[in-house]
Design a protein around this ligand. Sequence first.
Ligand SMILES: NC(=O)C1=CN([C@@H]2O[C@H](COP(=O)(O)OP(=O)(O)OC[C@H]3O[C@@H](n4cnc5c(N)ncnc54)[C@H](O)[C@@H]3O)[C@@H](O)[C@H]2O)[C@H](O)CC1
Ligand SMILES: [K+]
Length: 522
Amino acid sequence: MNLVYAREMQALDRYTIEEFGVPGLVLMENAGRGTAELILEYFRPSLSQGALIICGPGNNGGDGFVIARHLAQKGFPVKVFCLAPFEKFKGDALVNLQIIKKMEIPLFLVNNDISVLKQEIKASGLIVDAIFGTGLEREVKGHFAAAIEAINQSEKPVVAVDIPSGLSADLGRPLGIAVKASLTATMALPKVGQVIYPGRHYVGELKIVDISMPKRVIAELAPPRFLLNESWAANHLKPRGPDSHKGTYGHVAVLAGSSGKTGAAILTCLGALRGGAGLVTLICPKSLNHIFETTLTEAMTFPLEEETDIQSLSYQAFDKIISFCRDKKAVAIGPGFGIHRETFELVHRLVAHLDIPAVIDADAITALAGEVFHLRRAQAPRILTPHPGELARLLDISKEKIQENRLEIARLAAKETESIVVLKGAATVVASPDGREAVNYSGNPGLATGGTGDVLTGLITALLAQGYEPFIAASLGVYLHGLSADILAKRKGPFGFVAKEVAETLPNAIKEIMVRKNLGQF
Ligand SMILES: NC(=O)C1=CN([C@@H]2O[C@H](COP(=O)(O)OP(=O)(O)OC[C@H]3O[C@@H](n4cnc5c(N)ncnc54)[C@H](O)[C@@H]3O)[C@@H](O)[C@H]2O)[C@H](O)CC1
Ligand SMILES: [K+]
C-alpha cells in the first residue's frame, strides 16, 4: 500500500477530480459514508448516547457533515459543532452543511467560548474529530486548540476523520496539540505522519476508507513509498514449489563473530536459517571455531587462520574469503566482527570487491565511517542495517537529527552510500538509491534487546539468497522480523523475549502471511 505526504494526497485528489471526472462531492460522500460505516462497526454501543461531530472550516469538516447525515439517517442522536462561522464554508463542505441544516440536524456554532462544547463532549457517547485533515498548515491555537484539549480530556472514544486534528500528515508530530484518537479513518491511502513516531501514538487503530479513487490514479501518480503491513508482505512473500531443494534457496555466507561476540555470529546464522536459506556457513576465526561447531548444528563453519589480538579476522583472510564466496548467493558482514584496524581493512576490501549481494551491519558499518567510498565501488547490491547511532557515525551527523527526520535521513544515506539503507528503530524505514522507500508497521518495544539486529541481518541475507531483489528482501525481512516479535508479545508478553526466540518464531510469522496470501488477503 502506498504511503503519501499531504501534498501528494492533494495531487491525487485533484487528478481524480480533474482527469477522471469524479466530482469532489462524490469523494466527500464516500469519505463520510465509509467513516460512518466504520463508526457503526466499531462503536455502535457508544452511539446510543449520541455522536458529537466537531467540524473545522475545510473539507475535513465537510466529511464531518456527511458522517452526521449518515448517522442521523440510521436514527442515532447526532449533534454537530462548527468551529468556524457558517459563511466560511465553501464548495463541497458548504453543500453538505446546507443539507444537514435542511434536515434540521442539531447544529451549533463555536466562536471563542467552548463551555457549551465541553458540556456536550461530556454528555456524548462518541466524538468524531473532523476539525483538520491534510489541510493543516500551521500551529493549532485559540479555540481550535481548546477544543482538541477538551476532546483529549474527555476519555470518550474518538474517531479521527482522515487524520487526528493537529497531527502533521508529513512530520508525524503535533503542530502544537493533536487529537489522540481511538481510531483514525483515513481516506484512500495512509499518510506518512500516521505511521512514524510520535504520530502513530495519536492515530489509534488506522483504517483505510475507500473513496473510489481509481486504482490507476494511485498506480500512475502515487510515489514509490510503501507501508510495510500484512497485505504488503502477503503480496511479496513467495510460496515454495514442491520440486524445490536446498540449492533453490541459496547458500548464505556469514562473516561475523570475534572474542566475546560469538553470540552475534550465532544469531545471524539462526536468522538466516529460520529465514529460509538453503545452506548457511559461518566464516570465522579458527580459534573460536570449536565454540561455533558446538553451538551451531544446521550451519557449517569455515575457520580461517589469520587473526588479530582480539581473535577477529584480518585483511590477510581476504583472498580465502573471496574464493569461498564465489559460489554463494549472499553474504552477511559485521555482527560481532570486531573493531580492530586490520578487521576494518578487511571490511573495506570485501565491501568493494565481493561480487554477491551483501548485508552490512554492526562493526562493518562502524568500519565504513569516513570510508563510504568503498560502498560506491561495490560490484553487487549492498544493504546497510544501521541503528541510529551507527548511521550517525557513518554520516557524521547527530543521532538527534537522525531521529527527528528518520525517513529523510535514510533517503539521503541511501543516495550517499548508493546502498539500500534499513534505519532500525520504532517504525524502521527502508530507503533505496532508486527512490523507493518504505515504513514498517510491525514490531514492538520487546525488540529492544541484544541480538535482534543480528537476527534481522541473517534474515535479510537469507531472503537475498532466495532471490528476492534487494529492496524487497530488506523490506520483507524488516516486516517479518517485527511480526515475529508481535507474535511473541502476544504469546509471551510485551517484553522479556530474547533474540533467539525472535529467530525461532520467524516460521510462525511466515505462516501467518502465507495464510493471508492463500486467502487472497492482499
Ligand atoms: N483524501 C481525499 O481523497 C479526500 C479528502 N477529503 C477531506 O478533505 C480534507 C482536506 O480538506 P482541506 O479543505 O484541504 O483542509 P482541512 O479540512 O484539513 O482544513 C484546513 C482548513 O483549516 C484551515 N487551517 C489549517 N490549519 C489551521 C490552523 N492551525 N488553525 C486554524 N485553521 C487552520 C485552513 O485554512 C483550511 O481552511 C482531507 O483531510 C479529508 O478529510 C475530501 O472530503 C474527500 C476526498
Ligand atoms: K480530523
